[in-house]
Design a protein around this ligand. Structure first.
Ligand SMILES: Cc1ncc(COP(=O)(O)O)c(C=O)c1O
Length: 393
């Protein structure tokens, strides 16, 4: 094949909905020598990884490990293992990812009872309680903690409590929340939770940390039918990820990606969870001050917003795709488009993990203002940076 040689990606600043900028420390870890996935030194590293994931998820759950595939596989792991054909599941939808949960339920042979909220709103606790009362035979309550398509953060503690009170297990999507805002698995009493490495953990994409409570494991151990996915069957996966001398081959683990996750979790531990949450909040406040000074409006109401995912409405008459293209071409800056019902109407600006910093906030505000000014968009000029700097002062 003539003309094809080494791929050298451009150096971008990633401020979309993920992946986020990966720390040089994590990229360096990725390039360390590959060793066998059953090498005793690797197995020791796996144990450290599991304990650092327990720290990140704030749990003592023994079954806490990374699935060797992206967040969507973590989602499928939860549904495929907890559901059997005919199971009824209450699924909350307030954006794109609740819809994917519904798809999972149907493909597992279950029945999805939908509790729908407007995009940009959080999951309505009262509606969920009503659904649980109306469907006492439901086995699972599933919801998205951090809806990446809108930037809304739902009340996971109350939703998990409601599930327990109604005899249901909970499945929680924490893909965008883990490492950016509190994810308190044991305090919430969440039963099955999944995340992704490419958001606030600022690791390379392609791994999905998951955690399962003892109650969830009991259900999985006592299934009447086998899990229909061989690859995601936790009874088999635990042969590799479980502790003890009898660890055996299940699939070839993504060895170097797991070094990268180990390093990303070391960074999180060094900073400390509370400090990481506070940093995300501070940078969100500064970005918000700048965007609002420009005259932009958030999709989600104050108090319900995710600091790591800022969805703002595109100003009247602006070609939103042209703005993103100019940011990428002229500033090497990536921000996200709207998804689903919000496609073409909003931008999604991520401040996730390593990318959540003052330099990125100021770059984004100045680049956006420059591009929008050039396009003669109806914005307030010359105020955004001062407004952001006032938050840092
Ligand atoms: C809330 C949420 N759930 C699930 C996923 C799917 O994760 P992945 O793209 O890693 O498969 C994403 C990805 O953006 C997400 O934001």
């Amino acid at each position: 094949m003539s003309g094809i040689s080494t791929f050298n990606p451009p150096v971008r600043t990633l401020m979309g909905p993920g992946p986020s900028d990966v720390s040089p420390r994590v990229l360096e870890a990725l390039s360390r020598p590959t060793i066998g996935h059953l090498d005793p030194r690797f197995v020791d590293m796996m144990e450290e990884l599991k304990s650092m994931l327990q720290y990140a998820f704030m749990t003592d759950n023994a079954m806490t490990m990374p699935v060797s595939a992206p967040g969507s596989a973590g989602m499928e792991t939860c549904f495929a293992n907890l559901l059997e054909p005919g199971y009824k599941v209450i699924v909350c939808q307030n954006g794109v990812f609740g819809g994917r949960m519904k798809e999972n339920v149907i493909r597992c042979g279950g029945e999805a009872v939908m509790v729908e909220d407007e995009w940009g709103k959080v999951v309505d606790i009262q509606k969920v309680e009503d659904a649980l009362k109306a469907h006492p035979d439901a086995k699972v309550l599933a919801f998205v903690h951090a809806e990446t398509s809108t930037g809304a953060q739902s009340d996971a503690a109350s939703l998990c409590r409601l599930a327990r009170e109604h005899g249901c297990l909970s499945i929680v999507d924490a893909v965008t929340s883990l490492g950016g805002t509190p994810v308190k698995v044991d305090e919430w009493g969440a039963d099955a939770i999944y995340s992704g490495t490419q958001k606030c953990l600022s690791c390379v994409p392609g791994l999905s940390p998951v955690s399962f409570s003892e109650a969830a494991l009991e259900v999985i151990r006592n299934r009447k039918t086998p899990v229909q996915s061989w690859f995601l069957d936790l009874n088999l996966v635990m042969g590799y990820w479980g502790s003890g001398a009898q660890r055996s081959y299940h699939h070839t683990a993504p060895v170097n990606s797991l070094y990268a996750l180990h390093e990303a979790l070391c960074i999180l531990q060094e900073e400390g969870l509370e400090h990481a949450w506070a940093r995300h909040e501070k940078n969100h406040q500064a970005l918000k001050a700048g965007l609002e000074a420009m005259g932009m409006h958030f999709v989600v109401k104050e108090g319900d917003r995710l600091p790591q995912l800022n969805a703002v409405t595109v100003p009247e008459g602006v070609d939103e795709a042209a703005v993103r293209r100019a940011l990428l071409e002229d500033f090497n800056l990536e921000i996200g488009a709207g998804l689903g019902a919000l496609a073409g109407k909003v931008w999604r600006i991520g401040l996730m993990g390593h990318a959540s910093n003052q330099k990125n906030v100021l770059l984004c505000l100045s680049a956006l203002e420059a591009v929008l000014s050039q396009m003669k968009a109806p914005i307030e000029k010359g105020l955004a940076l001062d407004a952001a700097m006032a938050v840092y002062a």
